[in-house]
Design a protein around this ligand. Structure first.
Ligand code: DGP
Length: 136
């Protein structure tokens, strides 16, 4: 399979390994958006959150929690963002499920833009659509 993360998992491509066990690999992200930016991925290939087996997902998130605490403490981060992009439309560029652990520091230049659109939407309509209910 032509998957760059599978090649990293199989050690065909080198990486800086933060953590490894039989089910999960965590490596330093090549981009280092912030100091210590880490990617956590399942060893069994799955494209995204829709495809990953629930059991693999739950195990992986346990490791994400453990590493988030370790990274925050040992790198003296001010905080941690946990990010997972699914589909090109959400910014996913590598089609092997992964979670970004992004440690945050003062003036680190990392941005998540969140604009308040609450006045633009009917929240009951949103709820009905999410739950596939007809409007009353
Ligand atoms: P995303 O856009 O959520 O699919 O994130 C993919 C990330 O993978 C991106 O931050 C850069 C990182 N990345 C891509 N190729 C490599 C690689 O060969 N090695 C490492 N360590 N990271 C990579």
């Amino acid at each position: 399979m032509d998957c760059i993360f599978c090649k990293i998992i199989n050690k065909e491509i080198p990486s800086k390994i933060v953590y490894e066990d039989e089910r999960v690999l965590a490596i330093l992200d090549i981009s280092q958006a912030t100091y210590g930016h880490t990617l956590v991925m399942p060893k069994t290939h799955a494209k995204n959150i829709y495809e990953i087996k629930e059991d693999d997902y739950l195990y992986l998130m346990k490791i994400v929690k453990m590493l988030a605490i370790k990274i925050k403490n040992n790198l003296n981060a001010k905080g941690i963002n946990i990010i997972n992009n699914n589909d090109i439309g959400a910014g996913q560029s590598v089609m092997h499920y992964h979670v970004h652990i992004v440690p945050r520091y003062d003036n680190d230049d990392f941005k998540i833009k969140n604009i308040d659109h609450s006045k633009d939407y009917n929240l009951d309509e949103v709820l009905n659509k999410i739950n596939n209910k007809k409007e009353s």
